[in-house]
Ligand binder design. Structure first.
Ligand SMILES: [Zn+2]
Length: 96
């Protein structure tokens, strides 16, 4: 079942249809809906026309190296041990 959040008339729950756009001064405007059943006008959400979608920045693409994946980064034993302990490897550290 598809339930769309469609605005309905607050007075009679009738179907609202877009009537016109109301300008509120500045760059703000709101859609005005009109009830088909009773003719009530309902002002929709106020929109700030200043929040226009900004042009999307071009995605930075970096060409992959010819050799495919780079070699696995291998930690040196000292760093690996430190990481192991930092990650909760207490079993590897016997208490005196
Ligand atoms: Zn109505």
């Amino acid at each position: 079942m598809t339930t769309r959040a469609q605005p309905v008339c607050p007075l009679c729950a009738g179907e609202l249809r877009l009537s016109h756009r109301e300008y509120l001064g500045g760059r703000r405007s709101a859609r005005v809906l009109r009830c088909r059943a009773c003719g009530a006008q309902v002002r929709g959400e106020v929109q700030d026309d200043d929040t226009r979608p900004r042009p999307a920045l071009p995605a930075r693409k970096r060409p992959l190296p010819d050799g495919g994946h780079p070699d696995n980064f291998v930690l040196d034993p000292t760093t690996a041990e430190m990481l192991r302990q930092a990650l909760g490897g207490e079993a590897a550290d016997p208490e005196p």
